[in-house]
Design a protein around this ligand. Structure first.
Ligand code: SF4
Ligand code: SF4
Length: 176
């Protein structure tokens, strides 16, 4: 009897096509296509490190930019990259990203370019950190927002030194 009910239920169900407009709604926790926000990315490499099938990789234009690459053909949609990204630059959603939905390329790859900027203290090209990240990591010191990682380390140790050696505080002030 149960089987008959299932068969009748299936026969009476409206048919569906493969047209995107005819697709059923996906649940909110659905892990679909990846999106990457270059403005949040610090090119730390964590997403590529945790991706077992190696769907994420990087290329560099030295001194100019770092490019984040994603190949959907190797993605298992496990969500580990989004889960481990420290700045929430990656998201998995139900949409097809524009770059993968177009005739450009083979439609299977995403590329996102993170532009480097010169350090305001030493001039070294580096990946700028998002403002919100800077505020958490380095406080709101305006002077340090444009520093490269080496200069930020220098500034942090100089502050520490000045706390112990009062004369160093004056030295830090002059070195800036
Ligand atoms: S997307 Fe996130 S985890 Fe990947 S390199 Fe950028 S900041 Fe790091
Ligand atoms: S969802 Fe999983 S398999 Fe796909 S890119 Fe992210 S870590 Fe790799």
């Amino acid at each position: 009897m149960a089987m008959l009910k299932t068969i009748l239920g299936n026969l009476l169900r409206p048919s569906r096509t493969r047209d995107p407009a005819d697709m059923p709604d996906v649940p909110p926790v659905y892990r679909g296509a990846l999106a990457h926000d270059a403005a949040r990315c610090t090119a730390c490499g964590t997403c590529a490190f945790v991706c077992a099938p190696k769907a994420i990789s990087f290329t560099q234009d030295p001194g100019v930019s770092v490019s984040w690459h994603f190949f959907i053909g190797q993605c298992s949609f496990c969500g580990l990259c989004a889960q481990n990204c420290p700045t929430q630059a990656i998201s998995l959603n139900a949409d097809v990203p524009a770059g993968m939905d177009s005739a450009a390329g083979d439609g299977l790859r995403l590329e996102s370019v993170v532009h480097l900027q010169p350090c305001t203290r030493c001039g070294a090209a580096h990946v700028p950190l998002p403002d919100a990240t800077m505020a958490v990591l380095w406080g709101t010191e305006e002077a340090e927002r444009g520093y490269c990682p080496d200069c930020r380390r220098w500034a942090a140790s100089a502050r520490l030194r000045s706390a112990f050696v009062p004369a160093a505080a004056e030295e830090v002030h002059h070195e800036r």
